[in-house]
Design a binder for this molecule. Structure first.
Ligand code: ASP
Ligand code: MG
Length: 420
């Protein structure tokens, strides 16, 4: 048993869906559970539908949703002949689920509606792809993951009920492999006990795939991406970025923590717990080796560089020259928790704390207003946070040359610097 995961970019047009079929043909002997994201930028488009609905612009919401419907129907039309009608029927069913809701007025909180609307992206993409593969002789079984992945009702960041989900997988999913050796399902979404849709956090499909790999005791998980392998830096920012052929779980967790857009941070734990290797492969050229992530000690890694742009430095100083001790720090962390803010870096001094944050304007404003009751608050915008793991002085100097360094934090392994 293997688990494959295809992200939004790998299924965002007809050619790429055909390419997915080729990838499956190259490896069509073993049982496989296939987790797929919403096509391309569908999740972002569905977020706009949710915003319009929640701001009580139902016509705009319906119009925006109409575009999403058209895109999916036209993709289905290009790909399907004999299975088109069956697929259309299923798509219409999902469209209706959303449209019913869009015709109502919002009564509950935003996050609830977000999940009810956004979850349709994965249902649409997997329905089209499953019908297409069946029509082209790659027989597979489509399942609605909401019948399998049970979560709490913490909308937009739901937590999986591990025991219930595991039970569902063994009684409901495992026997399906007696019918077809491929089972296709959605990433990122789940459902509560009351059958309300939930989502697991943006880019959460990697995590879904890892949960299935864990519970199916898969021999490996392969994540198909639009890069040749995991790289030591973002190739869009650094033209000399190199591929890394082998990594271990710890390193990947660290990379994700510092903001490398490699793999969803929650993905590693379910794999590490069962010692399941993770392969990151390139979907446009499956002959490339990609990256293998496992439990081994890796001798030598290149410097791994993460650049986070558009950072905000918030300096919180005590109002009366008193030390910043447990109490104000605890208040600050409670604020982070209630506003769902995760600082990218913090540094404490005698009478001040510095936090480096993503520039999420409304959250920053709320934080600054609330913190102003105990601190003097100063904000500096438009900064860049540079993190280098396995750094050398040479590379640090090269990357900060001519820049103003506002803050520096070093361990033996990692250096972080805020630059402008
Ligand atoms: N479609 C979701 C998103 O764009 C989940 C995923 O792609 O992993 O965040
Ligand atoms: Mg994605």
């Amino acid at each position: 048993m293997k688990v494959f995961k295809f992200g939004g970019a790998s299924v965002n047009n007809v050619e790429r869906i055909k390419n997915l079929r080729t990838i499956l043909l190259e490896d069509n002997f073993e049982n496989k559970l296939i987790v797929i994201s919403a096509m391309g930028k569908t999740t972002n488009a569905l977020e706009k539908v949710t915003d319009a609905f929640f701001n009580e612009n139902p016509n705009e919401a319906l119009q925006l949703f109409d575009q999403i419907k058209k895109q999916h129907l036209s993709t289905a039309k290009y790909l399907l002949v004999t299975n088109y009608l069956a697929c259309e029927e299923q798509l219409q069913h999902f469209f209706t689920e959303v449209e019913w809701l869009l015709h109502d007025k919002p009564q509950r909180d935003f996050d609830y509606y977000y999940d009810q609307i956004v979850c349709v992206g994965e249902l649409l993409s997997t329905s089209i792809i499953s019908h297409y593969l069946n029509e082209t002789f790659i027989k597979n079984t489509w399942i609605d993951v909401r019948d399998v992945i049970r979560t709490d009702a913490n909308f937009r960041d739901a937590t999986i009920d591990w025991n219930f989900t595991k039970q569902q997988i063994s009684t409901f999913v495992v026997p399906l492999f007696n019918i077809n050796n491929l089972v296709i399902t959605q990433g990122y979404i789940g459902a509560t006990e009351e059958n309300q849709c939930t989502t697991l956090g943006r880019e959460g499909s990697d995590y879904t795939a890892a949960v299935f790999a864990n519970m199916l005791e898969a021999k490996s998980l392969t994540i198909w991406k639009d890069v040749p392998a995991v790289m030591n830096a973002d190739p869009k920012q650094f033209s000399d970025a190199e591929t890394i052929s082998e990594l271990n779980y710890t390193e990947v967790i660290e990379m994700a923590y510092y903001g490398a857009q490699v793999i969803h941070p929650k993905t590693i734990k379910p794999l590490q717990n069962k010692n399941i290797p993770l392969f990151v492969k390139c979907f446009t050229d499956s002959s490339l080796l990609g990256t293998c992530i496992h439990n081994k000690f890796i001798k030598k890694l290149p410097p791994i560089i993460v650049l986070k742009e558009n950072q905000v430095m918030m300096e919180l100083s005590s109002k009366d020259f008193s030390f910043v001790e447990e109490k104000p720090i605890a208040t600050l962390f409670h604020l982070f928790e209630s506003l769902k803010i995760k600082p990218n870096l913090m540094q404490n001094g005698a009478i001040s704390i510095i936090c480096i944050l993503d520039n999420h304007t409304s959250k920053i404003e709320k934080l600054a207003t609330e913190a102003a009751s105990i601190f003097d608050v100063t904000i500096t915008k438009n900064l860049t946070l540079l993190t280098i793991r396995h750094y050398t002085n040479e590379i640090f100097e090269k990357l900060t040359k001519g820049k103003k360094i506002l803050l520096l934090q070093k361990t033996t392994e990692t250096v972080q610097s805020l630059i402008s």
